[in-house]
Write a protein of this length. Structure first.
Length: 297
């Protein structure tokens, strides 16, 4: 199933359905964007609770689906250094997908440092060992050019396993970025781009928004268990890390990143790519118009 088709099905289905919440509360999905913000000391638990608040993983993954889970695994850093997505968050997302009956769950990223070290140092390889998931190294032969007719990008090679997935789940970390100010869900998709990614840096914000025209995740889960407040995206010093014990889940990446920006004292439109995506009609940064469910776990 193509990603465009999958995104269309997702949006039309959501428009006519309600989000079933714990305790019997229902929120009509057609009446606005919803975010679930779960807080607590157990990363796996708050991840699960955030997804449950949106109606459960079964709203996003069905039996027989091939699912790609896309964390940030770009750096040769430990979980404590907050450069990569928290391994417990990633493992819990994979576990929920398996429980929902996914045929395959693939976890992958095009790393910046040596992928063998990134996958191990991040803790993600170890966290996935007990689970029936495929932790995939990127095969440079498996990119294919995709037309997106964006404002900055007309076409670009994107990773075929992402394009061909039945379901796509974005699991970024919230952290500082020297060029983009912050990197969260929208910028996490640079990890599925082939070619010379630095070529988009001159028009980075618009290029990231353009990617959203063809990469349409079914669910986004933002890891803010630890956030990197400076010297990103690679970090290194624990002095730059702040522990928030928070996970944010939603289907609107613009809204997710706008909430994430508040963790750094910013507004969504302070980030150029958020503003560009909103201006293209790809989401909302106005958190006053978003239903935000806060969950203590």
């Amino acid at each position: 199933m193509s990603m465009d088709r999958r995104g269309f099905i997702k949006l039309t289905a959501a428009a006519g359905a309600g989000l079933a919440l714990p305790g019997g509360l229902a929120i009509a999905a057609g009446k606005g964007t919803t975010l679930a913000v779960a807080k607590g000391p157990d990363p796996a638990m708050i991840t699960r609770r955030a997804v449950e608040a949106l109606g459960g993983i079964g709203k996003f993954v069905r039996k027989g689906d091939v699912v790609v889970v896309k964390p940030n695994i770009g750096w040769d850093r430990t979980p404590e250094q907050a450069a990569n997505t928290n391994p417990e968050v990633v493992a819990e997302v994979v576990r929920m997908c398996i429980e929902a009956g996914a045929k395959k769950v693939k976890v992958l990223d095009r790393t910046c440092n040596d992928p063998r070290r990134c996958y191990v140092q991040s803790g993600i390889a170890e966290a996935l060992k007990p689970l029936d998931a495929e932790l995939k190294h990127i095969d440079e032969r498996r990119f294919r050019k995709v037309k997106m007719d964006g404002r900055a990008i007309r076409e670009w090679p994107l990773y075929s396993e992402v394009l061909d997935a039945d379901r796509l789940i974005n699991v970024p970390i919230a952290k500082h970025h020297g060029l983009a100010r912050l990197t969260m869900s929208i910028k996490n998709w640079m990890g599925v781009m082939g070619g010379r990614r630095s070529a988009i840096h001159q028009k980075l914000d618009q290029a990231l928004a353009d990617l959203m025209l063809v990469i349409r995740p079914d669910l986004t889960i933002l890891d803010a268990v630890r956030i990197l407040t400076g010297n990103g995206p690679q970090g290194g010093s624990l002095k730059d890390v702040r522990k928030l014990d928070t996970v944010i889940a939603g289907t609107d990446q613009v809204a997710v990143d706008s909430y994430g920006a508040t963790l750094f004292g910013l507004k969504g439109r302070d980030l150029g790519y958020v503003a560009a995506a909103e201006d293209m009609g790809l989401g909302t940064s106005d958190l006053s118009a978003v239903r935000i469910m806060e969950i203590k776990a």
